[in-house]
Design a protein around this ligand. Sequence first.
Ligand code: SAH
Length: 253
Amino acid sequence: MSGHLAVVGLGPGDARWLTPEAQSALDAADALYGYGPYLDRVPARPGQGRHPSDNREEMSRAGAALAQAAQGARVAIVSGGDPGVFAMAAAICEAIETGPPSWRALDVTIVPGITAMLAVAARAGAPLGHDFCALSLSDNLKSWELIERRLDAVAGAGLVIALYNPVSRARPWQLASALDRLRRHLPDATPVIFGRAVGRTDESITVTTLDAADALAADMATLIIVGSRATRVIPRPGRPLVYTPRAATEASA
Ligand code: SAH
C-alpha cells in the first residue's frame, strides 16, 4: 500500500503566499479534498479528482480523504492559511486516532502555510513582536464560558491576542461579547487591528482602539488582533504602524 495524504496550507489568499512545497503537493495529487471556496483557489488539472465539501463537514471530509489514500491514491486535502491552525490537520489526526488501524500506516505529510494572523500582523507592522496567543471565538466545539475564561486569562497575562473565527451567521453576538470582556482588562486606547480578506482583492485593514472597536466591522473573513498594554501605534502618513516592543517591563504587562 503506497497511499499518501498531504494536508496542505494554501496561505491566506495571495498566490505568492502559496509555498513551493504546497504547490508541489497540489501538483502531485490524484485527488483534492477541501472546503469549496478553498478548493476554488486551486486551478483545475485534467485527471485530478476534486471533492469540495461544506464548512461544517470536516470529519466526513477527513474520513473520505483518508479512505481514498488508504486505497493507494495520492490525496491532498487543503486548508486556508496553515492546516494546523484551527483547520484540517487536527481533524485528520482525530480521524486517524479513532479510525481503522490501516490509516496509521499511511504516509501523511502536513505542509505548512502562512496563517492569517501572520499576514494581518505583517500588514499592520509588528503587533506580534512580543508574547502573543491565538484564540478561536467559535463556540461550536467548546463552550462560551471556556472562551470567556481564556480571554480573562490571556488579557490579564499581558498577551497580544489574535482572534480567529470572530463571527458567522450562526454566531452573531460572540465578537461584541468578547470585546466587552477584554474591556474589563485593557485600557480604552489599546490598539485593535481588523484585517479582512488579507491577500485577496477585497482586502481591508483597519486600525482602531478597544473603546471604538465595532464588532459589526467584522465578518467571517476577518481576523482581529487586540494589542496588550505594551502595544504602540506610530502615526504616519497613511496607515499607522502598530507594534509591540520586544522587551517587556512589569509596568507594561
Ligand atoms: N487555517 C486558517 C484559519 C482557519 S479559521 C489559517 O491558518 O489562517 C478561519 C478564520 O481565519 C476566519 O474566520 C478568519 O478569522 C481567519 N482568516 C482566514 N483567512 C483570512 C484572511 N485572508 N484574512 C483575514 N482573516 C482570515
